[in-house]
Design a binder for this molecule. Structure first.
Ligand code: FEO
Length: 397
């Protein structure tokens, strides 16, 4: 994979990670890329590096454009190791005149690499530096998705280097959105949003307003993961606006784990009730669906009906894992209800309700518990619960 000149004198010099499958518990079955950009100007500037283990790709790509020793500036938009892992080696090799980062970025780099002697140059929102023919304007994007994160905007190229924001975990040899299937790309962008950006949705709204206020002309959005948005840059901005508002659709998820198929049977009856009332339903058995794929569906679902049998006075471990993961991602504006079978104690439904309440879901029913194996009347109650959730959902959306 050669370096790619994405604009005149602006080169993609990153790395493609075809084999990674897990990112902090998020399943990235299409791999990912670590994007870095080299700008050839009077001050030759490298924007970000790549993850440890991809040294040869980064340096090989840079060397095909220029001798790395001639790089003047390094911009570290984000200190997480997938982008900063090669910073120590690059600094050693390049000996940059300046390393531009946010104040939180400087602290994060110090805490990672313990190098007080590097030539840090702290920048904040609105600060501008000249590279010669070009300028770079910095925009701090705190918590998108770390406190140190920032964007670099090059007005002369209408190029926004957006760090983690607008990324997708997709490994491809293509570098632009219009070279790959758009529906696949938007699906992975949504998955990335749901699993990484979702807890900071209010900050995304503020950032989108700030970008509008700053009146930035943007022809290209170059994130640090996946492809560069060119033809569909307006579309991804619209999607971020929509996703960050956390508006829900008339769509329900029935998420469950099951021991001897009783909770599964209940789940199917609940889904029948939802469908009868005209609600679109997705069913997820935790034994066969990854938590990060379910969270992608949670993004625009208005109702979650969650079921687990009781095991050792609690819920099944996969359900505990899922609820813990979902709680951290802070989805908002959801209706919830719980269900599950039990043998003798039956705590799971109460525990699921408690977690949904902590997450500020509107729990619309005490939930349904069935001892051992459901009979027809139990399944009728389950279908009625599905109808009840559907009606609340349709009223609320
Ligand atoms: Fe892709 Fe927050 O690192």
């Amino acid at each position: 994979m050669p370096p790619i000149e994405i604009l005149k004198d602006v080169h993609w010099v990153g790395a493609i990670d075809w084999n990674i499958r897990d990112f902090h518990g998020y399943s990235i079955y299409r791999g990912t890329t670590y994007n870095a950009f080299l700008v050839m100007d009077e001050k030759v500037t490298l924007f970000d590096t790549v993850k440890q283990g991809f040294r040869s790709e980064l340096l090989h790509h840079i060397r095909r454009v220029i001798d790395p020793a001639t790089i003047d500036y390094l911009v570290v938009n984000h200190a997480e190791m997938d982008h900063s892992g090669l910073v120590p080696e690059v600094v050693e090799l390049v000996k940059p005149e300046k390393i531009f980062c946010s104040e939180r970025g400087r602290k994060a780099l110090l805490a990672h690499f313990h190098r007080e002697d590097w030539p840090y140059e702290v920048v904040k929102t609105g600060d501008t530096i000249s590279l010669g023919k070009r300028t770079v304007r910095f925009i701090e994007t705190r918590m998108l998705h770390w406190p140190d994160s920032m964007f670099s905007y090059i007005p002369e190229d209408h190029l926004l280097i957006s760090s983690d924001a607008f990324g997708q975990h997709v490994a491809t040899t293509e570098r632009f959105d219009d070279e790959v299937d758009l529906s696949m790309l938007l699906r992975h962008a949504a998955k990335y949003y749901a699993n990484i950006i979702l807890p900071y949705s209010n900050l995304v709204q503020k950032l989108l307003s700030l970008v509008k206020e700053m009146n930035l002309e943007v022809d290209m959005i170059a994130p640090d993961h996946g492809v560069i948005w060119r033809r569909n840059r307006g579309k991804i901005l619209e999607c971020y606006d929509e996703w960050s508002q956390q508006r829900s659709k008339v769509k329900a998820l029935v998420i469950y784990d099951t021991m001897w198929h009783s909770t599964e049977t209940m789940a199917k009856a609940i889904a029948d009730g939802l469908v009868k009332e005209g609600v679109s339903v997705r069913m997820f058995d935790l034994a066969t669906n990854h938590r990060s794929d379910i969270i992608t569906e949670v993004l625009d679902a208005g109702a979650l009906v969650i079921g687990s049998p009781t095991l050792n006075n609690g819920m099944l471990p996969r359900m505990a894992d899922f609820l813990h993961y979902m709680k951290g991602l802070r989805p908002a504006n959801k209706i919830g209800a719980a269900f599950g079978s039990y043998g003798w104690s039956g705590e799971a439904v109460r525990l699921i309700n408690a977690i949904m309440e902590e997450m500020k879901f509107t729990v619309i029913d005490p939930g349904i518990k069935v001892q051992y194996v459901p009979v027809h009347d139990d399944l009728k109650r389950c279908a009625e619960l599905g109808c009840k959730v559907a009606k609340e959902l349709k009223e609320g959306v």
